[in-house]
Ligand binder design. Structure first.
Ligand code: GLN
Length: 485
């Protein structure tokens, strides 16, 4: 069963080839067997999963089941889950039981999906490797000495290792796309405002966006339809007519104009990665797409701008963790100041503290104009450059990651090298655009991802192009050695 994609499982469940309870049992067994090595789950929820699976089976028996009913899913531990620990990968929330479901969780549950557990991640989603979490690093199923990418690495790993057919992730600067690329699966970061942030632990609110992680564009399309849409509980949620992303998959790429930014395909791009991407582009060209060189001149400024804006927002968002209302509280505080200082000092890890310090610094009087305001201006420039580009092209293509999966600990002592993992992804968040990462090849047995960026709310077009490629290729169906059985 675990070899089947979400779409295939959906058909099997509808045909009653097997029940959701049987499928969920199989998932839970794999989880139990593989998690000690991969560390992709923080909190498995077997009892809840089986209860939800029984529910789904009733829906199937009554004929009221939708296409997602009975399909197992894992949620990144950043999403609040009613009655289930929601730690966000941090010691400071390690005792936090959420009192409600995030909108994304609620909607997927309403569609009948079965939650099998909460996945490991970088602490507060700050990272590119899923190594900074309180529960230790996630390991890649492609090579257990390498990272799964981050920060949604637990989710990507669980999908790649065929523990679950689908998972949720969040992407503030690349955290869905990067782990999807490094794990050889498909991950979509939706347009800012399409998927509700309600109940998602906030990292950088103007950049955070939840999205689906699965094996193929087809699976992702199905999930996105169920996750997205207006939510009155999120003030930045956008009111738009719902779209059927599955139906539009067949649109193909005939006449599609694909832009290739010179700044993504410059001399710094690894030749083997460039090779993989060019093969995809050739295939899309044969399908009728037209390639065009374009310019996104401010690309080199995206990392510096992001590492001002994101920490600034994080420093403000994380002020709520004070040891008073919820989460970790230090032992025997002497007074209120001691309570704050030690609860935060003991509760947060090193990377989170670094972000809080950077964020507080760039927002402080005297430095605000020099850093924060400047970064905001660059953010506008980046957005304007994308806007100009989308007057000439429909989609923009490029690599997702500058490298394949790196070794565990390799970048942990060098934050800047870790930050540079997101060189191709952060500008998308700064501009609020949607983008997907799709499997596009392998180098030395490790997956390579390619990114397709679309204009705001153009998810359907991105998914159709990704689907067109996946109809002609089999990278998205490859299973890491030893995980097929
Ligand atoms: N790696 C980036 C960071 O550390 C992005 C993380 C994310 O998208 N959540 O901030």
């Amino acid at each position: 069963m675990h070899r089947k994609s979400l779409t295939e499982l959906s058909r099997s469940l509808a045909r009653r080839d097997f029940s959701s309870v049987e499928l969920t049992h199989a998932c839970l067994k794999r989880l139990e067997r593989l998690n000690p090595t991969l560390n992709c789950f923080i909190t498995p929820t077997p009892d809840l999963a089986l209860a939800q699976a029984r529910d789904a089976d009733h829906q199937h028996a009554r004929g009221t089941a939708g296409p997602l009913a009975g399909i197992p899913i894992a949620h990144k531990d950043i999403f609040c889950t009613d009655g289930v620990k929601t730690s966000c990968g941090s010691k400071i929330l390690d005792n936090f039981i959420a009192p409600y479901d995030a909108t994304v969780v609620e909607r997927l549950r309403a569609a009948g999906m079965v939650m099998v557990g909460k996945t490991n991640m970088d602490e507060f989603a700050m990272g590119s490797s899923s190594e900074t979490g309180f529960q230790g690093p996630v390991r890649s199923p492609w090579d257990i000495n390498r990272v799964a990418g981050g920060s949604s690495g637990g989710s990507a790993c669980a999908v790649a290792a065929r523990i679950v057919p689908a998972a949720t992730g969040t992407d503030t600067g690349g955290s869905i796309r990067l782990p999807a690329a490094l794990c050889g699966i498909t991950g979509l970061k939706p347009t800012y405002g399409l998927v509700s942030r309600h109940g998602m632990v906030a990292f950088a609110s103007s950049l955070d966006q939840g999205g689906p992680i699965a094996r193929s564009a087809e699976d992702v399309a199905l999930l996105l339809g169920a996750m997205g849409g207006f939510d009155p509980k999120d003030s930045t949620s956008v009111e738009r007519a719902p779209q059927d992303y599955v139906r539009s998959l067949a649109t193909g790429v005939q006449g599609l104009r694909i832009g290739l930014p010179r700044q993504y395909f410059d001399a710094q791009l690894d030749a083997a990665i460039a090779d993989c991407i060019h093969k995809v582009l050739e295939t899309l060209e044969r399908g009728g797409a037209k390639l065009k060189d374009i310019e996104l001149p401010s690309t080199p400024l995206s990392i510096p701008a992001y590492y001002v804006v994101a920490p600034a927002e994080a420093s403000s968002n994380l002020s709520r963790f004070d040891g008073v209302r919820f989460g970790y509280r230090c032992d025997n505080p002497e007074d209120l100041t001691d309570l704050y200082c030690r609860s935060r000092g003991e509760g947060f890890g090193a990377e989170v503290k670094r972000r809080i310090m950077i964020g507080t610094y760039v927002l402080s009087a005297g430095y605000y104009d020099a850093y924060y305001l400047k970064a905001q201006k660059i953010r506008r420039l980046i957005r304007d450059e994308f806007r100009a580009a989308f007057e000439q092209v429909d989609l923009i293509a490029g690599p997702t990651s500058p490298t394949t999966a790196f070794r565990l600990k390799e970048r942990m002592d060098d934050p800047v090298s870790m930050y540079l993992s997101d060189i191709y992804t952060v500008s998308v968040n700064l501009a609020g655009l949607p983008a997907i990462s799709i499997p596009s090849g392998e180098i030395g047995g490790l997956p390579v991802g390619m990114q397709l960026i679309g204009n705001h709310f153009d998810e359907a077009r991105i998914l159709a192009a990704a689907h067109a490629w996946q109809q002609q290729s089999d990278w998205h169906t490859r299973i890491p050695a030893g995980y097929g059985e």
